[in-house]
Design a protein around this ligand. Structure first.
Ligand code: ADP
Length: 655
């Protein structure tokens, strides 16, 4: 109990931080799985960004090559130039196949000749950058702050820009978004260029509509058979369906309608993406002189091939990487899929390419989504195993340290008790010796019998003192490693009888009856050993029989042999040894009752020394309870066959 304080300190100082560390490590283990995904996301995003940058550069190169080609005859054979036009003094001349020129007229004649406006596209951040530092700061927040995003798109809308939903819902972005957004993501405004195209320039800024997704495309084809009101209603329902069925992500590309004259007043040449009945078309124009323009419709099949050529490998062990066009279809798809084709609408990560290719995206899909999960699980498991191993090592170490600490503390406490007990044991006989010596010296006691009595007491107390000192000396010799003992042949019967006869007067004075007799055999048993040391064993056992006799005053000493051992048994009818203590009492400093107020004094060394001496002689001292109450302490020593009992000194020594 008294060891609790240092152990508690140890637990607090070592174990508590270890447990805290383990908890942190386990939390980290859980996060490890997340990091695996995060690393994959970062790697794929880097690849997607690189591809986007490459494609933007490609578009810039294309624009430049067209600008140069426009100055050359026959456009220098530029493979991208489809139907070519020249516009001068209100006259539009086209060169190309008849089908293509007819389609060109459908799509662009009104725009080029009659001032019709078409949507022109730009990045919302660019559109937004036009004035003010606050707007720029908000533009920078676009990727990270959904509230800023809402503000930016809302403002762009109020300034007449049309905003669109993206073609895809990237998984990683959707997770990042949902963790950022405590409240459900606000439905993005979705003005409809389709409606805008049908109802004129002013419609784009006022009506809330959406780019043609598949249900809306159905609406478009159904439109001629329905009244405008029914069509609007059906369009609205279709929009609600779209927003309900998938998370919506706003395109960073916004559009504003502009006429050709506005466009050419802003730049001398350029590319205009336009959604036509044939899909996305790109119109190139360049100013060649005052009121004169030339240009062409780009051959989208050639553009697609060029894009496909600039792409890195579409499929690798980890991912599929491709470009999705305006309709959300891949322009290059891997021919061999490991399993099923991925869901093109939910890439792992994706980015829009450029305002020149509105709603085109570079996306990356995991080749085997389950492998990422199993890698995450493995990372988690590995971290758990590490923590478990570390935890067990710390636990095992702590158990060892605590055990050592308690052992050391117990020994320290026993030593303190020992010093107190020895001092007590020395003081008691010294006090009575001094008392009787003073009485005798004063000459006041004249009764001869009483004076002899005093002297006997003084002798017996002195013997007690010397016995204690013997034990302490023997112990200190043992501790300092000086264990060599001289040996001689000894008759155990004689040694026992001699020791008993020396102590008997003292015992008899205390009212003890001591019986010393041979046990099973009257034959003399000879042992080899150190006479004084063996005597010390017997003195200790007899002294204990006296100390722990309780009310009983009976001591029996038996000697004889059992098999190849000589045996001496010291038996009493005393208090006995408590259960569970029969071995512990042989440990040094251990006492049945180690308080100073114990009925019998002692230092807890007698039995430990007795056993130590016996074992160094090749024997032992053991305890067994005595039938009918009391204790039996047995000293066994190896019997020496053919001993002569002549008491001759022997130079043999045992370690
Ligand atoms: P000490 O007698 O100085 O305490 P010992 O090593 O001789 O030291 O004994 C250790 C303990 O064994 C004693 O404190 C006592 O509790 C118990 N013991 C020894 N001898 C006897 C005995 N004859 N009867 C009962 N208990 C005994």
């Amino acid at each position: 109990m008294r060891y609790y304080a240092p152990i508690t300190v140890f637990l607090l100082a070592v174990l508590a931080p270890c447990i805290a560390m383990s908890v942190l490590a386990l939390r980290a283990a859980e996060r490890e799985a997340m990091y695996v995904e995060r690393r994959m996301e970062t790697a794929l995003l880097a690849e997607v960004d690189l591809t986007c940058a490459g494609l933007s550069q490609l578009m810039a190169d294309i624009l430049e090559s067209l600008r140069r080609s426009a100055l050359e005859p026959e456009w220098g054979g530029n493979p991208l130039a489809g139907v070519r036009f020249t516009l001068s003094a209100g006259r539009l001349d086209l060169s190309g196949g008849s089908d293509e020129t007819a389609a060109f007229r459908d799509n662009f004649e009104e725009f080029l000749l009659q001032g019709e406006s078409l949507p022109t596209y730009e990045l919302v951040t660019r559109a937004y950058r036009t004035s003010g530092i606050m707007r720029q700061r908000e533009g920078a927040l676009l990727e990270t702050d959904p509230l800023a995003e809402d503000r930016i798109f809302g403002r762009a809308e109020s300034e007449g820009f049309v905003t669109y939903p993206r073609n895809v819902a990237p998984q990683k972005t959707s997770q990042a978004r949902s963790s950022l957004n405590a409240s459900p993501a606000p439905t993005p405004p979705a003005p409809n260029p389709l409606a805008a195209r049908m109802s004129g320039p002013e419609a784009g800024g006022t009506s809330r509509a959406i780019l043609p997704e598949s249900p809306l495309q159905d609406m478009e084809s159904a439109q001629p058979n329905e009244s405008p009101a029914e069509f609007e209603e059906a369009l609205y329902d279709a929009m609600v369906d779209i927003f309900d069925s998938q998370p919506t992500f706003r395109s960073k590309t916004v559009s504003k309608r502009r006429s050709f004259s506005e466009l050419v007043s802003e730049a001398p040449f350029g590319l205009l993406p336009n959604v036509t009945d044939y899909g996305l078309e790109l119109l190139f124009w360049a100013k060649t002189g005052q009121g004169r323009y030339t240009g062409c419709a780009l051959r989208m099949d050639v553009l697609r091939d060029l894009i496909a050529d600039t792409m890195p490998d579409v499929i690798s062990d980890a991912r599929i990487l491709t470009v999705l066009d305006y309709s959300g279809e891949p322009i290059v798809a891997p021919t061999l899929f490991p399993a099923a084709a991925p869901d093109w609408a939910s890439p792992f990560v994706a980015r829009e390419i450029s305002p020149l290719l509105p709603r085109w995206e570079v996306g990356a899909w995991l080749t085997d989504p389950s492998s990422l999960e199993s890698r995450a699980n493995f990372a988690r498991l590995f971290a758990w195993i590490q923590v478990a191993v570390l935890g067990s090592v710390i636990l095992a170490g702590s158990v060892v340290v605590i055990r050592m600490m308690s052992y050391e503390m117990r020994i320290a406490s026993q030593k303190t008790t020992f010093v107190a007990n020895v001092s007590h044991e020395l003081k008691t006989p010294l006090t009575s010796i001094r008392l009787y010596a003073e009485l005798l010296a004063s000459g006041r006691q004249t009764d001869e019998e009483r004076r002899r009595e005093y002297l006997r007491t003084m002798i017996s107390e002195a013997e007690r003192l010397s016995n204690l000192v013997d034990n302490v000396l023997t112990f200190s010799k043992r501790e300092s490693g000086r264990k060599n003992i001289k040996t001689e042949l000894i008759s155990l019967a004689d040694l026992t009888a001699e020791t008993v006869s020396q102590i008997e007067p003292h015992l008899e004075k205390l009212g003890f009856s001591v019986r010393c007799a041979p046990g099973n055999s009257t034959e003399k048993s000879f042992v080899r050993g150190d006479r004084e040391a063996l005597k010390q064993i017997l003195v200790n056992l007899l002294s204990n029989a006296e100390k722990y006799s309780g009310a009983s005053r009976e001591i029996n000493v038996e000697f004889g042999h059992a098999g190849r051992s000589a045996v001496v048994r010291v038996m009493d009818r005393g208090i006995g040894v408590p259960p569970g203590m029969s071995e512990k009492i042989f440990h040094e400093f251990v006492r049945g009752d180690d308080s100073l107020s114990a009925p019998a004094g002692g230092a807890g060394l007698g039995l430990s020394i007795a056993r130590d001496i016996a074992r160094r002689h090749g024997g032992d001292v053991t305890f067994s309870p005595r039938n009918g109450g009391g204790s039996v302490f047995s000293l066994t020593l190896p019997l020496v066959i053919g001993g002569t009992g002549d008491g001759r000194q022997d130079s043999d020594s045992r370690g």
